[in-house]
Design a protein around this ligand. Structure first.
Ligand code: PHB
Length: 249
């Protein structure tokens, strides 16, 4: 693949262009993309044009650009995330019907919790999670479950910090977090009140595929809610998801 004068490959430049799209910045002009991707305006316009021709980006009437449907289609084709989401969805719906609060599925991705699915309820409380959004692993209930079962090298990298206090009650010292992670491995769930926002309590359990933890299933409850029904519902759902995953592959 041809390199530019600055030495970066075309693939790197394309990835930089795509990376300028975030959960909060979904439409941009090619000139804004150039600045954010640190590319000359002419190069950014050329790459954006090529990606539009290929259907990976789309342009609206105002000449602003967004990620294309084809990118979504390709990303989902045969991805392990899709298989997991499909197995989890009926059981998430069951949890959601029982608990009537946000129910969500997350995986570990580059030391963060990446949310694959979130079901909400009209009466449900606050929730900062978004589908395809990320939360820090040390601060969210899903993240803590994923971190508890992550490869030890990942766990040590995260615990080495820096560990940002997302809320006043976020645990940011390694010793406290180590104790929380050990408790998750021993008891099979976590209850995290106020860890990411003062008004909520996250409850999460691991989801296993052929014995290996591949995801976290969680609910977000109003801060002072009772948690035992949520723990039971999540544990039952995780067992059912594992059974379904064991039948597939
Ligand atoms: C959590 O997983 O602990 C969590 C996630 C989103 C919220 C609150 C808590 O809004």
């Amino acid at each position: 693949m041809a390199n530019s004068l600055s030495g970066d490959s075309m693939t790197e430049r394309i990835v930089r262009v795509l990376d300028t799209f975030t959960i909060d910045r979904t439409v941009q002009t090619a000139t804004e993309i150039a600045a954010r991707a640190d590319l000359p305006v002419s190069s950014a316009h050329r790459i954006v044009g090529d990606l539009i021709d290929a259907g990976l980006l789309e342009r609206d009437e105002d000449k602003r650009v967004r990620l294309g449907l084809r990118l979504w289609e390709l990303a989902l084709r045969g991805s392990s995330a899709l298989r997991l989401r499909q197995a989890a969805l009926p059981h998430m719906e069951h949890v959601q019907a029982l608990i009537r609060e946000h129910t969500q599925l997350a995986v570990l991705e580059h030391e963060e919790a990446l949310f694959l699915e979130r079901l909400s309820h009209p009466d449900a409380g606050a929730n900062i999670t978004r589908i395809a959004g990320r939360l820090p692993v040390h601060a969210s209930s899903s993240g803590l479950v994923l971190l508890a079962h992550a490869d030890p090298s990942i766990r040590e990298r995260v615990l080495a910090g820096p560990l940002r206090a997302v809320a006043r009650e976020t645990a940011t010292d390694a010793a406290t977090l180590r104790a929380v992670l050990a408790s998750i491995r021993r008891h099979g769930y976590v209850i995290a009140p106020g860890s990411i926002e003062a008004v909520s309590t996250g409850v999460a359990v691991p989801v296993r595929d052929h014995g290996e933890v591949v995801a976290a299933l969680s609910v977000v409850l109003p801060r002072e809610s009772a948690t035992s029904a949520a723990v039971d519902a999540l544990l039952d759902a995780a067992t059912a998801i594992e059974q379904d995953l064991n039948l597939s592959r």
